[in-house]
Ligand binder design. Structure first.
Ligand code: 7TS
Length: 401
């Protein structure tokens, strides 16, 4: 029903796109908004005292407000534009982390993190002699009881955790984890790359200290990401990159930085990207995030049911439940995921095969080298799943013969 809003499906009428966890498709309105900026008011922001620069600045700052509202931040000053989730997490590690997490302190992450939420902490722990620890994944979800005991005992300075696993589709109880972390004097960073695009994420209700997400997974363009930081924390943070656009005054040997959030946005930002992201949020708001969530939940239920009828297929992740998002990884007996993805592609079905930047989860927990993964957004329908399952069946028959 929503497919017709996305030109990629008009231009590739046979395409079944089941890789939205990697990046989502873009509606016409997003493409039009970017084109409109470049064609009608392209100019740099916060600088020009002329009409089109004021228009561009206005569009850029309106996006900040829109995002604040979308995640229910108290103020738009808590919203920093980055390139993606990866940069948002790195920003925190290299600013707040470097200054506030001291030798012998602990940082707690989980075995289901994307590499983007492992490597910055691994690097920081190497540099500052911090102890990096992992919450175990058991039966495709976090072992919360052990995590709670560990947080109470070791009182980590930071808990950095994904809201939704990009391989398992498991939704983690981040609100509860925030409560436990705060009770023990720590902070929580939520990796919202796979949640913000698909479900209501309310930073105040979750009591998140940091939230990172990417525009390109939520129907927006590539190159624009978001970092939310609670204002009381942000006020005390030093800049990440330095240069133009983030200063009040500069003298030969000293600089007075601009206030947040500008202090964290050095150089010319991705203006077109913010304008595209603004249109993406408008598009999602018009449908309604609850409706998007319900739609994907129904598709997940449908896909899980169909796949569970195939004896050669092992489905990873939780059974259908409230804690299950629209990401499904499978392993097929005796057929490598790359072969499956390649053969599906011959039928114009785009799925992801590999380790999904989850080496620890794959190697140490699931004990698989790779999975075949399907993931949804609003443009998918039951017909996509039917075509995927039928194609998968015929691949299995062909290879077994
Ligand atoms: N965190 C999670 C949970 C992710 O799924 C991803 C990307 C990232 C962080 C990094 O996002 P980026 O926009 O900075 O690249 N996940 C995937 C994926 O599952 N397949 O391709 C990218």
């Amino acid at each position: 029903m929503y497919k017709s809003d996305f030109p990629i499906f008009k231009n590739n009428p046979n395409l079944v796109y089941l890789d939205s966890a990697a990046t989502s498709q873009k509606p016409q309105s997003v493409i039009d908004a970017i084109k409109d900026y470049y064609e009608n008011y392209n100019s740099n922001i916060h600088r020009g005292i002329y009409k089109i620069s004021e228009q561009a600045t206005d569009a850029y700052e309106k996006t900040r407000k829109k995002i604040a509202k979308f995640i229910n931040a108290k103020s738009e000053k808590e919203i920093i534009f980055t390139r993606n989730t990866t940069e948002s997490i790195n920003l925190i590690a290299k600013t707040w982390g470097k200054e506030n997490v001291k030798a012998e302190d602990k940082i707690l992450i989980s075995e289901m993190e994307h590499h983007s939420n492992i490597l910055p902490w691994q690097q920081l722990s190497g540099e500052q002699n911090i102890c990096l620890r992992y919450i175990n994944v058991r039966d495709h979800k976090l072992d919360i009881q052990r995590a709670e005991a560990e947080i109470n005992e070791t009182k980590p300075a930071l808990l950095a955790i994904t809201h939704v696993s990009n391989s398992l589709g498991t939704i983690n109880p981040v609100k509860k984890l925030a409560e436990i972390a705060h009770k023990n004097g720590g902070m929580i960073l939520i990796d919202g790359a796979q949640s913000v695009p698909h479900m209501q994420v309310d930073v105040q209700s979750l009591d998140a200290d940091f939230l990172a997400f990417s525009g390109h997974k939520m129907l927006g363009p590539t190159g624009i990401g978001v970092l939310y930081v609670k204002e009381e924390i942000l006020k005390k943070m030093n800049p990440f990159l330095t240069g133009g656009g983030m200063i009040k005054s500069v003298s030969r040997f000293e600089t007075e930085f601009a206030d947040h959030p500008y202090k964290f946005e050095a150089g010319t930002p991705d203006i077109a990207g913010t304008i595209g992201l603004s249109a993406a949020i408008d598009y999602m708001n018009t449908i309604g995030i609850e409706r998007i969530e319900t739609h994907e939940r129904n598709l997940t239920k449908y896909a899980l049911k169909k796949l569970s009828g195939l004896s050669e297929v092992t489905i990873l992740g939780l059974p259908f439940s409230e804690d299950r998002a629209g990401v499904i990884s499978i392993v097929v007996d005796e057929i490598h995921p790359h072969d499956i993805a390649q053969l599906l592609d011959e039928n114009n079905i785009a799925v992801r095969a590999g380790h999904h930047c989850n080496h620890i989860l794959m190697k140490d927990v699931l004990k698989v080298t790779a999975t075949t993964r399907i993931s949804f957004h609003i443009y998918n329908d039951e017909n996509d799943i039917d075509r995927f399952v039928e194609s998968l069946k015929s691949i299995m028959t062909k290879i077994k013969r």
